[in-house]
Write a protein of this length. Sequence first.
Length: 433
Amino acid sequence: MPKYQPQRGTYDAYYDEAINIEKIVQILKGTASLYGYTPIITPIYEATELFTRSVGESSDIVSKEMFTFMDKGERSITLRPELTAGVMRAITSNKLYANADLPLKFYYYGPIFRYERPQKGRFRQFSQFGVECVGINSPYFDAETISLAYSQLLMLGFPHVILKINSLGDQESRDAYKEALKLYFADKIQNMCGDCARRYEQNPLRILDCKVPEDRLLIEGAPKIQDYLTESAKDYFETVLRILEESGIEYQVDDSLVRGLDYYSHVVFEFHYLLEDGTSLGAIGAGGHYDHLLHEVGGPDLSSVGYAFGVERLNILLKDIEKEHYEKPNLDVYVMSLDSSCDDEAFNLTEYLRANGFKCEVNFESKSIGSLFKVANRKNAKFALLIGNDELEKGLYKVKNLATQVQVELRLEDIVEYLDHQLEEVEGEHHHE
Ligand code: AMP
């Protein structure tokens, strides 16, 4: 076994894996731009305090999962465990709210670090694609944001998804609810796990996130947030649900959904997908509305809504859904130089084809024609273009469709048009399948 392996919880992606991850991100970005979003790129590390204040001390992320270290200047640095805090910090540092029409709409994509126990669909370095819609407090923007996430999943090719949604209400609702939870758990907490004991003190809402089976039994009987929402918080939630219904977006209200970060209020949501065998990888994306985060990091007190998808989870699921459509490395044309005296011509012709938008490779070491066809097949080339001395003399090139085995002879000036036409047919067929 080679001496160096990827670190626990990290992975290398290449070939079809890497191609499809990029394809997924491209679709996510394209769809977000239809909703008026532009990219934002922020640093991979930030001051530790940014996360302890914004994500919250009571969250699992801050209490257990951060990659934190001292830099050479004795500053406590943390590799970002999520991207929202960094985006809020960037908006504040650059005063982006000052001269802009609100809401600000940013999408991001990049690596996230959490020291978790690795398993299928759970890594220590993974990637999130997310959006933040910052500056307006409106159920319409909450619904628009959910609708964007929903559209992205459809564009990616998910045949259906499960949208779970809940409301955490406003501050007043949450304060009343926390009181009720404290009362309910008061005589139970000593029999619950150590995490729950900590959560009871810091933020009793988090107890509802506990996964310990014995604790779950006690949690089932706990008061429900719905019964503690103020009238205006109830109205807000009902408006979001009505807009979703009118847009044909199906949802399930799940009153156990509280989300693992401290900054949410009003609407929180998660997307799930069940594989054919009924199993799930956990949430594929999640988000919600938050009211004071920008203020918390030193900006004005503006409301926002956002969510993030786990790109690796999307990829694992789409691989299962698409199976044979899951893209492999491929070429439009494999150019075969049949003799070293033809290499110059082969080089130039390949560049010419690339300039016309075809994905091409070319061989430069003389190989038998039989082995060149084998290479072309391994590279999933759609066409082979043969260049030998014969072809150069006549000015006629052989172009072979590797799927149908049909071969034609073409003059240089006709090759591009021929390939364009043929590839359109191949792709059209693929489309109709
Ligand atoms: P969160 O920021 O915890 O709400 O997570 C948002 C999304 O990121 C989740 O729905 C997952 O798809 C993904 N995700 C979270 N943690 C991990 C992880 N450790 N490994 C891979 N994906 C993750």
